[in-house]
Write a protein of this length. Structure first.
Length: 282
């Protein structure tokens, strides 16, 4: 300890080098650690089980977010004060916010998700863009989904862009990773979940589904690749292939927007009269 206060961690420290390597997927997978950047993500990580392992903070950020520093220490995380260059070296953003957390992986085994008998699930099949993956996870969280499943062909859940795009939702609901889409669909069907594939060329219209009252039960939405959607073999696994109607002149909706519409439609139907989350249920 310096007479002027806590010492800044050296840029040559092994801890700094280890954190910097987590920008790469192979190191994340090997160490089962990932980065969470900014006050919102770090606060969420500090409050989620034993997730936050280390925290790097500039002196200014430590003063500004003293409550987060305290929460991190209470959570058992090792806190390092660092200069702005160290934070910039570790961070994957253009304008770092002075806080970078090193977090332990927190994905949930698919079998555990099934045991929870979720009523609303988002399945990401071949979703490759990390920003889209994180945003769909955020939409699922906002709509009250109880789980998200990333298939084995989808982007890394812990990609820094995906973590940032989830805006903390990564820490709010169970997420299974690396599940083959066939296994995901079969497991969900076995516990009575209806499988809806979201596709712009779907034979069923979302408005019609709502009007017919068919969406009040446990449901899993399968969302496909940003560029080419869902392949025929994946659509064939679903109970229905549903399109979001385009009432105006827009050519289409992007993945995250379509996911939000679909998930909220299910959430509304499930909370309506006779839905699986209806207040009249016993």
């Amino acid at each position: 300890m310096s007479p002027h206060g806590p010492e800044l961690i050296s840029p040559r420290s092994s801890r700094v080098s280890a954190a910097r390597r987590l920008a790469r997927r192979n190191f994340r997978s090997k160490e089962r650690l990932f980065l969470a950047e900014g006050p919102q993500a770090v606060r969420e990580a500090a409050g989620y089980k034993d997730t936050l392992a280390e925290l790097f903070a500039t002196v200014e950020a430590a003063e500004r977010y003293a409550d987060i520093i305290s929460e991190a220490r209470d959570a058992g995380a090792r806190v390092h004060l660092a200069d702005e260059q160290v934070i910039a070296d570790i961070s994957t953003t253009v304008t770092p916010q002075g806080l970078v957390g090193v977090c332990r992986f927190l994905d949930t085994p698919f079998e555990e998700i099934l045991r929870g008998r979720p009523k609303l699930v988002a399945v990401l099949a071949n979703v490759r863009d990390p920003g889209n993956a994180g945003t769909v996870l955020r939409c699922a969280d906002a709509a009250g989904a109880e789980a998200v499943v990333l298939t084995d062909a989808s982007v890394d859940l812990y990609n820094p862009k995906a973590v940032r795009a989830s805006v903390g939702s990564l820490f709010h609901l169970p997420v299974a990773v690396g599940v083959p889409v066939e296994q995901a669909v079969a497991g969900l069907k076995e516990i009575g979940v209806r499988i809806l594939a979201a596709d712009g060329a779907g034979t069923d219209d979302l408005d019609d589904e709502l009007d017919q009252g068919t969406m009040g039960g446990p449901t899993a939405w399968v969302f496909g690749n940003e560029a080419w959607g869902l392949p025929e073999e994946t659509r064939a696994l679903a109970d229905a292939v549903v399109r979001v109607p385009i009432h105006g002149k827009a050519e289409s909706l992007n993945l995250a927007t379509a996911a939000a519409v679909c998930l909220y439609a299910s959430a509304r139907a499930q909370r309506g009269s006779g839905g699986c989350r209806s207040v009249t249920d016993s």
